[in-house]
Write a protein that binds this ligand. Structure first.
Ligand SMILES: [Zn+2]
Length: 175
């Protein structure tokens, strides 16, 4: 696996397995886009095994999807994978309490600060510029990402707003 890069691994695995995935163009496009991002982020060889199995989980989950699977579900699985991937790489994303004061997150209004690596409560986030607002549902979804295997994530329901918020958080990390 060493020095091959996930892109090459992805190509060779997909060539030999994942019959459904291979015939699903929107899934395939996603996979190759994701692998380009991953290759940029991986430089620690020690993390390879964890990351590799997570990646296999991701491909398996996409492979189980059928032709009726919509873009929203593919995106959801992909987002879940990227959050879990960041976690496996050692990014300690704080999503249970405020990353600034350590206190509980607010009931109504919270933020996310990618530079600090976590959720920020209303009091700490209100007067800070360049910080992402995030809904409680999106916070819950990130927690679910961390607590579940990728295969289970396809059952999650997510709306457009949440999907957008998660994308913003994700891009804050992998820009
Ligand atoms: Zn706080």
């Amino acid at each position: 696996m060493k020095n091959k890069g996930l892109g090459n691994i992805a190509s060779s695995i997909v060539e030999n397995n994942f019959k459904n995935l291979r015939s699903n163009l929107s899934c395939l496009e996603k996979v190759f886009k994701v692998t380009r991002t991953l290759n940029r982020l991986i430089n620690d060889q020690e993390k390879d095994a964890d990351v590799f199995f997570l990646f296999l989980d991701y491909l398996n989950s996409l492979d189980k999807m059928n032709d009726n699977t919509n873009e929203v579900q593919i995106n959801l699985i992909t987002q879940g994978f990227i959050f879990k991937f960041l976690d496996a790489l050692g990014y300690k994303i704080e999503i249970n309490r405020c990353v600034k004061c350590g206190g509980k997150l607010s009931k109504n209004r919270n933020f996310f600060d990618c530079n600090c690596g976590g959720a920020v409560c209303e009091a700490c986030g209100s007067n800070v510029g360049n910080i992402l607002p995030i809904s409680n549902n999106s916070i819950k979804i990130i927690r679910i990402f961390f607590q579940n295997k990728i295969g289970n994530l396809s059952k999650l329901k997510i709306n457009h707003k949440e999907s957008k918020e998660l994308s913003h958080v994700k891009y804050g990390f992998i820009c």
